[in-house]
Design a protein around this ligand. Structure first.
Ligand code: ADP
Ligand code: ZN
Length: 598
């Protein structure tokens, strides 16, 4: 049997395993089951690819995303791995050939959609073939509580029933304990070793700012930090993804919309362009992203607030899989909170379910409003720990000023109470600031003791106070009455003067320039970098594969820094295995030499 370290070096071109990979691989090679929770970009794929190469037989990979199988298989073939897939995009003939290859023991890895795996025909085929292992990718799809539930995943329990002796590995980046439990139960993985990695993504910088002029803020963020980068922008509604995409096109960005309502062909085309071209921006609803393992997504932007911290983490996690610096950038405002609360209230589902959703939204709001390290808060949410503030989030890089908002909060709550909890933010701000408007007079609210007591704060400052009171659960939004604010139990100590409240001081241009202006290390030769990128693009186009399948950015950067002069030197680069050395070594060496001679 060849050993895992040899495969890592010679096939994948990496010198060493990352922390948990070795143990996971050993477990499978020895015939055991494993449940792997690792953040996106952590290196999950190697955990089943290497055991499949080391063990006899073919590794069967269950993956929910047909559209991405082609790219996964292309990437493996580039490494000299005998990989294929079986899904509904193949003709009968093609599928038949692959089945024969499996029977003949000619495959290392076979990707299969879950709905196919449970079919009698497929199960029979597996029975007659030599199988190294089953890998169940995106295993959280089995969870009905999760966001990506797939009914077909429920059937995967039969793998254990029918093939108890074949080792299984289930993998996911979804962190919460409840989902993990569900995976174990439904896939019958009680006997599996669990590998739970820390969830930190240190190369992602988190920024959450206030929304005041979303388009202008977005444009500034993009031009200053990501002028030529690939990224994803999430919006809540389909219409908005289109609006933003077309507007960005007008501003000279290569932006494309993506949502479930688009024609399937257009959707597939936009996804393919995102994967294959460099610097495409996808403006999408949450329908986009699962399983997208494009390594060089340099930013994920949210123009609307996600409903849960889980979704936020999952979505932002799509940035920077290659380990290079990436941005998770979000702007949000009071309207987002109101809109989300409305959507939740009007959604179907039991009271209990709604309460759980509210609870999760509150955690998300808490993350937005905190004044301490965002990463610490995020990790804490997933019961993970970070001893020190991270130094790579907005609150760390630029400490948030706070002010004693006790007095203002009391005024705000009292205005709400005295107007009988029937009005929304705008009206309450008018009352507090003593606005001279008919509606107030008509309601006789100009006679209230709170009328005009708050003239020291301007409109925005009051909105900020209300936003934070809603976000922290002192006020709730009454949906029957178009966003009227209501007092919550939690107000009492504050109103009685027993509690003191620190509020964020909202700084308008919060999105100060950040460190990741360019992903390139400062001292590399930009001309060489461009030359190597062109070289990569040509090779990719010739073969109809995404550029990162040839080499990742990180490998190209290493080339720029070390400028190898010979094949043995070239083979030392991370990401250069035997096959790629053979296929591409000479081309890139000659490009480097030409550059040096010029
Ligand atoms: P995940 O599926 O967990 O999101 P991937 O399997 O796509 O992550 O791996 C993320 C990136 O890390 C890939 O570019 C992969 O080639 C790289 N990688 C994985 N393991 C190693 C390793 N041991 N050494 C160097 N790079 C690695
Ligand atoms: Zn931090």
């Amino acid at each position: 049997m060849i050993n895992a370290q040899t495969v890592l070096e010679s096939t994948f071109g990496y010198p060493s395993f990352r922390a948990p990979q070795k143990d996971i691989i050993d477990t499978l090679v020895a015939g055991g089951d494993a449940l792997v929770l690792m953040p996106t970009g952590g290196g999950k794929s190697l955990c089943y690819q290497i055991p499949a190469l080391v063990r006899d037989g073919c590794g069967i990979v269950v993956s929910p995303l047909i559209a991405l199988m082609q790219d996964q298989v292309d990437a493996l073939r580039q490494l000299g791995v005998k990989a294929s897939y079986l899904n509904s995009t193949l003709s009968l003939d093609e599928a038949h050939n692959i089945e024969q290859a499996l029977l003949a023991g000619q495959l290392d890895l076979l990707y299969v959609a879950p709905e196919r795996l449970k079919q009698e025909r497929m199960l029979n085929l597996i029975k007659r073939s030599s199988i190294a292992l089953f890998a169940i990718d995106e295993a959280h799809c089995v969870s009905q509580w999760g966001h990506d539930f797939r009914a077909d995943y429920l059937q995967l329990g039969i793998l254990h029933e029918q093939f108890p002796e074949i080792p299984r590995i289930a993998l996911t980046a979804t962190a919460d304990a409840r989902t993990r439990k569900e995976i174990v139960n439904r896939l019958d993985l009680g006997g599996a070793r669990q590998f739970v990695s820390g969830f930190d993504r240190p190369n992602i910088a988190y920024t959450i700012g206030l929304k005041h002029n979303p388009k202008q803020q977005l444009q500034q963020f993009l031009t200053e930090q990501h002028a030529h980068d690939a990224g994803i922008i999430y919006c809540l509604s389909r219409k908005k993804t289109e609006d933003i995409a077309f507007w960005l096109q007008g501003q000279g960005f290569n932006a494309l919309p993506y949502h479930a309502g688009l024609d399937a062909k257009i959707r597939a085309n936009h996804q393919a362009r995102f994967l294959r071209e460099e610097s495409v921006i996808i403006v999408a609803t949450v329908a986009f992203g699962m399983g997208i393992d494009k390594p060089d997504v340099r930013f994920v932007a949210h123009l609307d607030l996600p409903k849960t911290v889980e979704s936020y983490y999952q979505e932002t996690g799509r940035a920077g899989r290659d380990g290079l610096p990436a941005n998770a950038w979000m702007i949000y405002g009071l309207q987002d909170v109101i809109k989300l609360r409305q959507m939740m209230e009007s959604s179907e589902g039991s009271e209990e379910h709604k309460r759980a959703e509210q609870h999760r939204l509150n955690a998300m709001l808490g993350l937005c409003e905190i004044t301490t390290c965002r990463r610490q808060a995020l990790l804490d949410y997933f019961d993970d720990e970070l001893d020190q503030p991270c130094g790579n989030c907005d609150t760390c890089l630029k400490p948030v000023p706070t002010w004693d908002g006790t007095q203002a909060a009391r005024m705000a709550l009292s205005a709400c109470y005295r107007t009988e909890q029937r009005f929304g933010v705008n009206y309450l701000v008018d009352v507090l600031r003593g606005a001279d408007i008919d509606k107030i007079k008509h309601n006789n609210h100009h006679q209230l003791s709170t009328y005009g007591v708050g003239s020291e704060l301007d409109n925005n400052q009051w909105r900020s106070v209300f936003r934070q009171l809603v976000a922290r659960g002192y006020l709730s939004v009454d949906l029957e009455r178009f966003g009227a604010l209501r007092l919550e139990e939690k107000c009492r100590p504050l109103l009685r003067g027993e509690e003191h409240i620190e509020l964020r001081k909202d700084v308008k241009q919060q999105d100060a320039k950040r460190t990741t202006k360019s992903q390139l290390p400062v001292d590399i030769d930009v001309a060489l970098w461009e030359t190597l990128r062109n070289c990569r693009r040509e090779l990719a186009d010739e073969q109809g594969v995404p550029p990162y399948v040839i080499f990742h950015d990180s490998t190209l950067q290493e080339m720029c820094v070390t400028m190898p002069q010979s094949l043995p030197e070239f083979s030392q680069l991370s990401g250069v295995g035997a096959r790629k050395l053979d296929k591409y070594g000479a081309v890139f060496l000659s490009a480097i030499n030409k550059h040096l001679a010029a």
